[in-house]
Every structure is written in C-alpha cells, then in structure tokens.
Design a protein around this ligand. Structure first.
Ligand code: ZN
Length: 224
C-alpha cells in the first residue's frame, strides 16, 4: 500500500484499486501539489468539520461517489448535500470492503463553515491489515495511550504545528503514548502560525521513544 501526504492533514491510503482519502483540504491550501479534481477516492474519512479538514470532501464525493465518514452531527450536515455518509460517534466502528475506521477522542473544538457544531475525533483505520491512526487536531492527553491497545499502530499521522493543536514538543510525549512503529508529522508549515521544524521533531522522537519518524513533503508518497 501507499501512503501519500497531500499536505496539511490530508492523506490518501491506496493499494492501486482502493483509495481512502482523509481530510482532503486542497482548494485554498497553499502547500497542495495537486488539484481536488485529480484525486481519486473510494471512501473519504473526516476527523472534524473545520474548513481546513472538510476541504473539498463534498465535491470529491459528488464526483467519485465515495461515501464520507464523519461524526454524526457533521455527517448529518454533509448528508444534506445529497452524498452518501457513514455517521458513527466516538467509539463506533464503520466497516468497509477495504477494512474499517473507528472514531476515537481528540481534544479540540469544531464548528463547520456552515455553523454545525461537531465533536472532533481521531481516526483509527484498518486499511487492508495495516493500522493507521490519524490523530486529527488535538492537544496532548493521556488517553492517547489507549487507542493502540487492541490494534498496535503501524503509522501515526500526528499534528505537530502548535497554535491550533499540540506543538512538536508536546507531540514527543504524544508519540510516546501512541507507540506507533512510524510517526508521520502533519498540520504544520501550511500557514505562518503553525510553522515548525519537522526534522527537529524527528530527532527528538527518535531519541526519546522507540518510534521512527518519517517526514514527508506535500505530494510525497511512502510505500509500505
Ligand atoms: Zn481543527
């Protein structure tokens, strides 16, 4: 499978036939290297409803027919656009042909651009037996250590930019709690308030924990 970092918090997971798209914020993302029209999706997963996470989910869903998974209040708003939605709440798991996705807690806030208040989440994803944990936007909290207990995490997609989320220093502790084999940092350098040093984060995490850190540039793909 391939993990592609699209930029900001957006990733795609693909084996060539199936593509899971996460938080596809492309239009208005100054670091994006693709346009939303070029992206394929079998399923779209959203961590929460802020504009830099919903992004282009609706037009991509309309073009591709991909269902969108989001927490129930957010799914309710999106369903009014005439797209197929899956609407679990925290702790709930939705099954797909390619595996499953579970919503887990994240400490953050969220209101959509249209005004729907929704609880932010992280996404624990089983994509064809690889376990990926997208933390969403969050601060550091101790329950991060619970997420991987039943399903040891291969890849943690972790915000490090600070200001709107935890910064790269709190994210060192988060990496210790999550205990993924590999951490891929995200949600940094898109805008001035979230500029940070991902290579310093990599050095710090690899010194303090048993996780490896993979720094991907927007547009870059990692083959698992
Ligand atoms: Zn947010």
């Amino acid at each position: 499978m391939e993990i592609r970092y699209i930029g900001h918090s957006a990733f795609s997971l693909s084996d060539g036939d199936t593509t899971v798209l996460i938080d596809p914020f492309i239009t208005g993302n100054p670091k994006a290297t693709v346009s939303a029209d070029e992206l394929q999706a079998t399923t779209i997963l959203l961590t929460h409803g802020h504009g830099d996470h919903i992004g282009d989910a609706v037009p991509i869903a309309k073009r591709t027919g991909a269902p969108v998974l989001a927490i129930v209040e957010l799914a309710g708003e999106l369903g009014q656009e005439g797209i197929e939605v899956r609407d679990p709440n925290l702790g709930g798991t939705a099954k797909f042909d390619w595996g499953w996705a579970k919503l887990v807690p994240a400490w953050h806030t969220s209101t959509t651009p249209k005004g729907t208040v929704n609880t932010p989440a992280g996404l624990l994803i089983n994509f064809k037996d690889t376990i990926i944990y997208h933390l969403g936007d969050t601060s550091l909290f101790s329950d991060l250590q619970l997420v991987g207990r039943r399903h040891p995490i291969d890849y943690a997609l972790m915000c490090i930019g600070g200001h709107y989320t935890m910064d790269r220093f709190d994210a060192i502790d988060a990496a210790g709690l999550v205990a993924a084999k590999t951490v891929i940092p995200c949600h940094y350098n898109t805008f001035p308030p979230i500029e940070t040093d991902a290579q310093a984060f990599k050095a710090d995490v690899e010194a303090a924990t048993s996780s490896g850190v993979l720094v991907l540039d927007p547009g870059q793909t990692h083959t698992h």
